[in-house]
Each structure stands twice: as C-alpha cells, then as structure tokens.
Design a protein around this ligand. Structure first.
Ligand code: NAP
Length: 333
C-alpha cells in the first residue's frame, strides 16, 4: 500500500534538505548543473507565481542569464523592458518574447557611462506605464583596467553604480507597484572577497579582473539588502542571487577554462530560474535583508573567514559612497 502523499512529503523533505546541505558543502556540487538538477528533482519546486499584467526591466537582456530571465518572465506573462547596449540583439530578444504573447520594448544603455545611464533611466521613468520590478543582470568580468568618464573603475561603475543610478531614478515608479521587487544577479565569486570601501575600486597597478569582479559582486549583495532596509515602507522586496556556473557567452569569453566544464555547466534557463522565481514573488517576503539565493533557497553570504563586515553600518556606508560617486543624493533631489 502506498503511504498518503503528505507522509511521503514528510519523509522526503528532510532527505532533500540533507542532500541540499551536502551539495552546499562542495562548491562543484552546489554551483554546477549537478546541484540544480538534484535540487529540482528532490525539492518541491512548484511553478513560480504568474506575472501577468506586471512589467519588469531586465538589464543584460541581450545575452546569457539576463536573456533567460526575460524569457522566463515572459513565460509567466510579464511585459518586459529589455536593457543592453546592442539594439539589434535586444530587438531579436524582444521579437522572441513577444511570441509568448507579452509586450516588450528595448532600452538601449551603456551602463559604463554614468551620465548616459542617468539620462536614459530618467527618460524610461517618464515613458513607462508601470514598473513592478527590476532584474539587474548586466555584467562582465573586465580583464583590463579602464575607467568611466568620471574616473570610476569600470567594474565598479557597471556592476554597482549603474544599478544604483537606474534604481534611484526608477524608485518612484517602482513604489507605485503593489509588489515592487528588485533582483540583483551577483556571483558566487563574491564569497572570496570582503567589502572594504577603501579597496573596492582597484588601482591601475594592482588591477586583477577576477578580484575587481568579486569585490563588485560582494558590493552588489550589500546594496541589494540596503534597498530593502531603506525602502521596505514602500513594500519593496530586494533580493541578491547568483546563478551558479552557467553556460553563457560571457562565461566563455571571460573564463574560458570554465567552459571546459561542458555538461557540468547549467543551461541559461537553469541559471536564471531562481531570479525568475524571486522576481515573480516565489519567496514571498522572506530573505530580503540578508543572504544570497541559489536554487530557490536563501544561503549564507559568508563562507570564508575575514569576509564578514566588522559592523552593521557597512550598508549605510556603501550607500553614502554610491551617493558620493554618482552625485545622487536625497539632499540634492
Ligand atoms: N555565467 C555565469 O556562470 C555567471 C556566474 C555568476 C554570475 N554571473 C552574472 O550573471 C550576469 C549575466 O552574465 P552572463 O554570464 O549572462 O554574461 P553575458 O552572456 O556576457 O551577458 C552579459 C549581459 O550584460 C550586458 N552588459 C555588459 N556590460 C554592459 C554595459 N556596460 N552596459 C549595458 N549592458 C552591459 C550585456 O549586454 P551587451 O549586449 O550590451 O553586451 C549582456 O546582455 C552578470 O552579472 C554576471 O556577473 C554569471
């Protein structure tokens, strides 16, 4: 005789949890496709909530994880604003998501050009009928030191200051939504670095792309929680997540050795799954102020000694740093 369904679930749940913990103890098990497939097979992952009638801005929508996020949200019925630098590639994505019966428009912006980001985001704020969420997925590991027009190191300008600018200008539109949501696509690489404002921007002589990237990705997680802390009164939910190791053009270009992992790499839709689920409201109100999500579960932000902040004011300090580096502040509004 088969046991009743709920009894089966009661037995399965601790086993699935134990498997998840075991996977998390090994980076390869957790970050690779193995982790995704085993978790999906053993945990009770339902469909994400419908996103019909909601509008999301997805940056980095022309490629890789961002493109898969756009596809996933379109499948849930969301209308989309697709951000990136290359209009042809964005139009191609827009065409494919429209086939799912949703509305899609492109938003051309180079996130490495601060003044352009401000102007484009202000225009977008005027043009949009509504905005329910932003998925900050744009990013790249930059092998050589460059700066933006304001002298800000480019990894920091693109990954940290650009999302800060975009969100700043769209905050009022987001606040009109009944469930405003931000999802920031960080990276497991951030586990290797602490956030120290003094060394967040690497100097030209010391620049190493992977280190600069990991520091900026750590800062993204702190900023994601700071949005929640500051704007929770408007109902904002802001999550940080990472996609694991995902087979994308960006990965192939920046970390070709990872590409050799072949079948161990996640497909883009698998790397994007948690971002789509979070954006659509899958996590409810849980986990907006701490942790980083992977495979639909909130995980620790710290695995390595020395990466925890010394005190709780770091988010506030990062916010002020971003205000100062962008010239945006509540006082100057
Ligand atoms: N793949 C992985 O294994 C992995 C792991 C951890 C984290 N991530 C994160 O996932 C996100 C997406 O990466 P991916 O692997 O999907 O890479 P990808 O295929 O290269 O996609 C990157 C996207 O970011 C956009 N972008 C980059 N720089 C930009 C800029 N200055 N202005 C505007 N858009 C810009 C690109 O747009 P253009 O068309 O304009 O180039 C593209 O749409 C990144 O934040 C990355 O750090 C990826």
């Amino acid at each position: 005789m088969r046991p009743p369904r709920s009894v089966t679930a009661d037995i399965r749940r601790p086993i699935a949890r134990a498997l998840d913990v075991a996977l998390e103890a090994t980076i390869v098990g957790s970050f690779s496709r193995v982790g995704y497939l085993l978790r999906r097979a053993t945990q009770e992952w339902g469909d994400p909530p419908s996103a019909r009638g909601r509008t999301f801005l997805v940056t980095g929508a022309s490629s890789g994880v961002g493109r898969a996020v756009a596809d996933g949200l379109a499948r849930l019925g969301a209308d989309l604003v697709l951000g990136g630098r290359d209009l042809d590639r964005l139009e191609a994505v827009a065409g494919s998501v429209r086939e799912k019966g949703v509305r899609a428009r492109t938003w051309r912006v180079d996130l490495g050009r601060g003044a352009d980001v401000d102007a484009a985001a202000l225009d977008l704020a005027d043009e949009l009928e509504r905005l329910d969420g932003i998925v900050h997925s744009a990013g790249a590991l930059l092998p050589h030191f460059t700066t933006d027009a304001n002298g800000v190191e480019m990894t920091v300008a693109t990954h940290l200051l650009a999302p800060f600018r975009v969100t700043w200008h769209l905050a009022d539109r987001l606040a009109e939504s009944d469930r405003p949501t931000i999802v920031t696509v960080s990276s497991g690489g951030m586990y290797t670095q602490a956030l120290r404002l003094a060394s967040l921007e690497m100097a030209p002589g010391q620049y190493r792309g992977a280190t600069a990237y990991a520091r900026a990705k750590r800062a993204q997680v702190v900023l994601a929680h700071e949005w929640s802390r500051r704007w929770s009164a408007s109902g904002l939910r802001s999550y940080a997540m990472h996609p694991g190791w995902t087979d994308t053009p960006g990965l192939a270009e920046s970390l070709p050795r990872f590409s050799r992992l072949g079948p161990l790499l996640r497909r883009p839709d698998e790397g994007a799954d948690t971002a789509v689920w979070l954006a659509a409201g899958g996590a409810g109100t849980e986990g907006t102020r701490s942790g980083i999500w992977l495979d639909r579960r909130r995980r620790s932000e710290y695995y390595l000694p020395g990466t925890r902040p010394a005190d709780a004011s770091l988010g506030d300090e990062l916010w002020r740093w971003c205000e100062q580096r962008t010239g945006l502040s509540a006082a100057s509004d």
